[in-house]
Write a new protein. Structure first.
Length: 191
C-alpha cells in the first residue's frame, strides 16, 4: 500500500475499502483509535460532524462497528485514506433502511485529519464513495451539511451534488445557529 508520489512530493493517499481495511490486521486494529482521534480533533475545532462535544472512544468504536456491520450486509460503503499507513481521513454512506427508500443512501460522514486538509483527501474519499454507491445500484445519494461549512458544500457541488433544501437556523451549537443544508446526487439523471 505505498502511495504514488506526485511531482510536488506530497504523498497521495491510498484509498482502502472496508474489505481491504479489515483484511490488514495492523490497519484494522488501529483504525478505531485513529478514527476517534480524527473525529475528536475535528469536533474540538468546531467541525460539524454531529457532535457538540468530541465523541468518546466507545462512541467511535460503536460507530465503526455499526458501519462495518452495515457494509457486510451490502447496505453501506466505507473508505479510509492512508498516507504511510497513517489514517488521514475516512467516510461512509449507508443505504436507507425503509423498504420504499432502499435504492437511496446517505453520505453520513466524511472526516479528514486537519493536517491533511487541502491535499485532496476529501475529494478522493467522496469520489470513491460516489463510485461505490453507483456500483451498488444506489439511485440517489444524499447528504446534509452545516450551512457555514463552505468548503465542504463547494466540494460536494463540484462533484455533482445539488442543494434540494435548507432548514434555516436548525443546528444549535450553544447560542449559535446554523442552517442545515440538504444535497443530493441523482444518478438517474446521469445515466
Amino acid at each position: 500500500m505505498k502511495p504514488a508520489m506526485p511531482h510536488d512530493a506530497t504523498p497521495r493517499p491510498a484509498l482502502l475499502d472496508a474489505v481491504e481495511l479489515t483484511s490488514d490486521a495492523g490497519l484494522r486494529e488501529g483504525f478505531v483509535e485513529s478514527a476517534h482521534r480524527i473525529l475528536a480533533d475535528l469536533v474540538r475545532g468546531g467541525a460539524a460532524l454531529g457532535w457538540v462535544e468530541p465523541p468518546s472512544p466507545d462512541e467511535a468504536a460503536e460507530l465503526v462497528d455499526d458501519v462495518l456491520a452495515t457494509v457486510r450486509t451490502g447496505d453501506g460503503a466505507l473508505r479510509a485514506a492512508y498516507v504511510d499507513r497513517r489514517l488521514v481521513g475516512f467516510g461512509y454512506w449507508l443505504r436507507y433502511a425503509r423498504p420504499t427508500h432502499r435504492p437511496h443512501a446517505d453520505l453520513e460522514k466524511l472526516a479528514v485529519d486537519s493536517a491533511a486538509q487541502g491535499l485532496g483527501v476529501g475529494r478522493a474519499l467522496t469520489a470513491a464513495l460516489i463510485a461505490d454507491a453507483r456500483e451498488a445500484g444506489i439511485e440517489v445519494l444524499t447528504l446534509d451539511a452545516r450551512g457555514d461549512n463552505a468548503d465542504a458544500l463547494h466540494l460536494y457541488r463540484t462533484l455533482g451534488f445539488t442543494e434540494y433544501g435548507r432548514l434555516p437556523d436548525f443546528v444549535a451549537v450553544g447560542e449559535r445557529r446554523y442552517d442545515k443544508v440538504f444535497c443530493m446526487l441523482d444518478f438517474r439523471r446521469q445515466d
